[in-house]
Design a protein around this ligand. Sequence first.
Ligand SMILES: O=C(O)CCC(=O)C(=O)O
Ligand SMILES: [Fe+2]
Length: 306
Amino acid sequence: MTFDEYLDYFVESSSKNNRLTCDVRKCLYLKNWHFVQQFPGYEAYKVPIYFESDYLNEYWHQKDDDYKFVYLGPKGSWFVSPHFYNRLTPLHTDVYSSYSWSANIAGRKKWLFIKPEDAVKVKKRYKQVPNDVRSLSSELDIEIIEVIQNSGEIIFVPSNWMHQVFNLEDTLSINHNWFNACNLYLIWNELRVAFRDTQLELRDICDLCDTFTYNQECEKLLKANYGMDYSQFIDILNVVVKRIVNNSTDDYNCEFRLHHEVQVITSLLQDNEFLKELQLIPELESKVNDLKCALALVKKEEMSNC
Ligand SMILES: O=C(O)CCC(=O)C(=O)O
Ligand SMILES: [Fe+2]
């Protein structure tokens, strides 16, 4: 379906108000539209200051991609049958355990949240997390937090909070996924857990090849399943630290923020567990060395400014 066809559908069904009666075949949700990427010169909005420090998009911008989306969600998704959940926003946690923010340009959304401690219970109980929070077993005894987001309001979704979202009206929203120095350790830990799971999945080939090849295969599968691997994580850090070295973006010139970024990345690079993990993939050595060199440059700079 083209965007033009989608708009025809949207306008027509809106005027008939037939989405209220929720003909499930017609409840089409325009999701994950890379609007900023598609219209780079349009400058539709400026990212609010609280969400500016954004390593994920900083990295992906360099590759002409992003985690910046526009959603156009039809009213009535609440009532839609389970067969169509892939068109809606089922219960989930966000990619890489990233943060997300969502701004309603028009319309209203209802969010149901499950805090991380309870989300752990859900993930433990179900192999496949149910699409609908309402079908969770009451035995789990978890708290469901409901938030109504009105037009003009922005919602911040912290890492690892499960959520399910309903469009109470026809709703146009901007959504970003991101992470930064504040949740970097968490992003790293989740990636590490995903690597461990991948190693388990591939344990059958462990005896058939050397450790180096085995871990390399794990990297490949990790990338395919999880979307990010160790190598890319280090690439992201390299982009961040190089930016700090070059000091090229005025927006990031806030001294406190720069100092915090350097502190967090330095402590990660001094963490023995982290370093041990990276040694599993020998190809990472040069990338990690680049990172260390760039950090050393930043530190020298900081010292000379004192
Ligand atoms: O608005 C939606 O339908 C989904 C939003 C979401 O899941 C998010 O921003 O993380
Ligand atoms: Fe989400």
